[in-house]
Design a protein around this ligand. Structure first.
Ligand SMILES: N[C@@H](CCC(=O)N[C@@H](CSS)C(=O)NCC(=O)O)C(=O)O
Length: 467
């Protein structure tokens, strides 16, 4: 649902998710009403900065302590710390209204879906431009109200296409100084990388200068990540000392083109998961795995043991499925309690393995076992088309086509052991990455292939005209 009024209101009849003792109030600083306003009222912001250490992500809890219901919202929650965050909400006696994202994160799974399943009534929010699924979409200029306080939405693309910065209001009775939740646009003495598809250093430079550096210098800057031990900055400080954004645009673009950062470990799990902010990963994957298990599993296909309690669900393969494995394990244990054989877990669709086995990261023992179990195919046009189809099926499962991922890969030419493929539509990854992964996959399935290349270099251009 796109906001109609462009103003998100806290519904007064909203039934509280949590009730608890009265909240301690942190008054960030003076409010307008205390600086000469005639209203005499005084809104009080409850504010907490929370940290998730594996991805170095900051989550922010904000609430209006003056309102009887203490309406609250969470900015950029992480799935792994949802229980901590919800406990805090409960302890402070807040009523959580919204779980909002600054963008589709690539390094961790958003907690919004999990929050919604644990605290029904909470709505997920993301920008319309992100193309992700959410309960509510925001656009530049929208205001997200919680009690008498609100966040204003500013469009700050560049790290991703749909990045936004949420800034506390500048109206009457709003916190002073203002606070900007900059996501991965502006970081403390840094900024978000711009090398993902949908990223653009040119756009990021403009976003930060026009939307963030135009705020009052005392505006507090709270980013989505910090890797150096910082917790907060100000607009003025970043305008003076940010080593990237104080430079002219050309120098900035050059710096960004030469960061040489490795891809986030979680990208293949996080991006597809975060394109849907409304359901937890567990729920979505469990549904898919169960469907596969009962509809497509070949009669004698062995079940492979993937699940191991020592695997954290954020590790590449077991990562995605650990929660699923637990749920599926229980489910199947009931279904098959009369089975003579001991249930060996976990029947993850082979298609997932194959897609995930593209060696972006070094193959684990598990990956190797899976790929070794797929019989090699002869080098024929039909087999190449079949393998590309398989890859597309897998890509569709991972890169949910309902949220704007339209990417297609087709066989363009076969010349002996040399294959050319055609890429079109929109992918989440950079097209060069898609090509490399498809290449690896094709070679893995059809070992006679020596080289996989693009039909036309222009098809590797990630700019929106090519989507
Ligand atoms: N090593 C981390 C990922 C680190 C990283 O790439 N961070 C991103 C934001 S999260 S997508 C970024 O923009 N960094 C900018 C920089 O200058 O570091 C992991 O594997 O998760």
């Amino acid at each position: 649902m796109l906001l109609k009024s462009r103003f998100l209101h806290f519904p007064t009849a909203f039934s509280p998710n949590f009730r608890s003792v009265s909240a301690p109030v942190i008054r960030i600083t003076k409010f307008r009403s205390q600086m000469g306003s005639s209203s005499g009222s005084s809104s009080k912001l409850i504010f907490r900065q929370l940290f998730e250490k594996e991805s170095s992500t900051y989550t922010y809890l904000l609430a209006d302590a003056s309102h009887p219901d203490k309406p609250a919202l969470l900015v950029d929650p992480v799935d792994k710390t949802v229980d901590r965050d919800l406990s805090l909400v409960k302890e402070l006696g807040l009523k959580l209204l919204y779980a909002i994202n600054t963008h589709v994160h690539a390094d961790h799974v958003t907690g919004t879906g999990l929050i919604k399943s644990k605290a029904p009534g909470v709505k997920s929010i993301i920008s319309k431009a992100s193309n992700a699924k959410a309960d509510l979409f925001v656009e530049p200029g929208d205001k997200i109200r919680f009690g008498d306080l609100f966040l204003e939405v500013r469009s700050t693309p560049g790290h991703t296409l749909g990045c936004v910065t949420y800034v506390t209001g500048d109206g009457h009775n709003q916190p002073q100084p203002r606070i900007a939740f900059t996501g991965d646009a502006l970081m403390i003495r840094g900024c978000g990388r711009t090398d993902f598809q949908g990223g653009s250093s040119e756009q990021l430079y403009k976003s930060v200068h026009s939307q963030i550096f135009s705020l009052p210098k005392e505006t507090l800057v709270y980013p989505a990540h910090d890797y150096k031990g910082f917790s907060v900055s100000t607009v003025g400080e970043e305008m003076l000392y940010n080593p990237r954004l104080t430079k002219d645009e050309e120098t900035f673009k050059n710096i960004m083109a030469n960061l040489n950062l490795s891809y986030p470990k979680m990208i293949d799990v996080a991006v597809p998961a975060n394109m849907d902010t409304t359901h937890s990963l567990e729920k979505r994957i469990t549904k898919t795995v169960l469907h596969w298990y009962f509809t497509e599993r070949k009669e004698n296909m062995p079940l492979t043991l993937l699940h191991s309690p020592k695997h954290h669900h954020h590790q590449p393969i077991p990562a995605l499925y650990t929660p699923t494995c637990n749920s599926l394990s229980n489910f199947l244990a009931v279904k098959q309690k009369n089975a003579a054989t001991k249930l060996r877990m976990t029947p993850v669709p082979p298609t997932y393995h194959r897609w995930r086995s593209f060696p972006a990261a070094p193959a684990t023992q598990h990956h190797r076992a899976i790929s070794a179990s797929i019989s090699p195919l002869d080098l024929t046009e039909d087999n190449i088309k079949q393998v590309l189809d398989d890859a597309r099926v897998e890509a569709t499962q991972l890169f949910d086509s309902s949220v704007g991922i339209t990417g297609k890969a087709e066989l363009a030419d076969l010349d002996g052991p040399y294959v050319k493929i055609r890429l079109g539509g929109k992918f989440w990854h950079k097209r060069s990455t898609v090509l490399a992964r498809l290449g690896n996959y094709l070679k893995q399935r059809i070992p006679e292939i020596l080289e996989v290349d693009i039909e036309d270099e222009k098809q590797l251009d990630d700019s929106p005209e090519n989507f």
